[in-house]
Design a protein. Structure first.
Length: 218
């Protein structure tokens, strides 16, 4: 398994393929990532590569514990640290840099991000409930989710019951998104479909680990 990269979501747009078919894509600006340290099985209990990105010249926006860590393992300060698990770290070295050409057109990737926070939302917005009737005795409670409990037995609300509550602001991974194209000069990658999060949000791109299998078994 290869490492992934850190990117910034710039927004969505549309591209056209050779046949003139419109393709909705998400524009992700991939920041150059530098290997800060390596985690090995014998010492740390697992194999991983730790990447740093969005370099800070003087460490002004980095807290003191992180500054001490960077002084120990690297001569540079980075605003974002991200670990990616790998099978073997032998092919990686501290100081190696990875850019947008790490990915190629037609490749399947998984993109992880934080969804937009919606605050407290009702059952209709949060879970897509249909609501109550608009007539025949229903008054004021048209958008309520209805009964949540039971009779004497069990006499309680089951855990996990879909109700009103906090919506969004969760870590979500979009699986098996196809890379439409890569622009190395601008440092952006165009991914088909939508990606979790809002504009200027930080996302993580990696090779797809659950590749889609179609009906033909390919």
């Amino acid at each position: 398994m290869r490492i992934g990269l850190v990117a910034e979501k710039l927004g969505m747009t549309q591209l056209f393929d050779d046949n003139g078919v419109q393709v909705p894509v998400t524009v992700l600006k991939v920041d150059p990532c530098t290997i800060v340290s390596l985690k090995v099985q014998d010492k740390d209990g697992y194999n991983a590569v730790q990447l740093g990105t969005r370099e800070s010249s003087n460490g002004k926006h980095i807290n003191r514990p992180q500054q001490g860590y960077f002084k120990k393992v690297s001569s540079k300060f980075f605003r974002i640290l991200k670990e990616f698990r790998v099978d073997d770290v032998a092919s990686y070295n501290v100081g190696d840099k990875f850019e947008v050409d790490h990915f190629s057109s037609g490749q399947l990737v998984d993109v992880t991000g934080i969804t937009k926070g919606k605050g407290f939302a009702g059952g209709i917005k949060r879970h897509g409930f249909g609501g109550l009737r608009a007539s025949h005795g229903v008054s004021i409670t048209h958008r309520c989710h209805g009964s949540t409990g039971n009779r004497t037995l069990p006499g309680r609300v089951f855990k996990g019951k879909r109700m009103a509550g906090h919506m969004g602001d969760q870590r979500v991974t979009a699986l098996n998104l196809m890379v439409h194209s890569v622009d190395k000069e601008k440092g952006v990658v165009f991914v088909r479909g939508a990606v979790p999060g809002g504009k200027k949000g930080t996302v993580f791109i990696r090779d797809a680990i659950k590749k889609h299998v179609d009906k033909t078994g390919k």
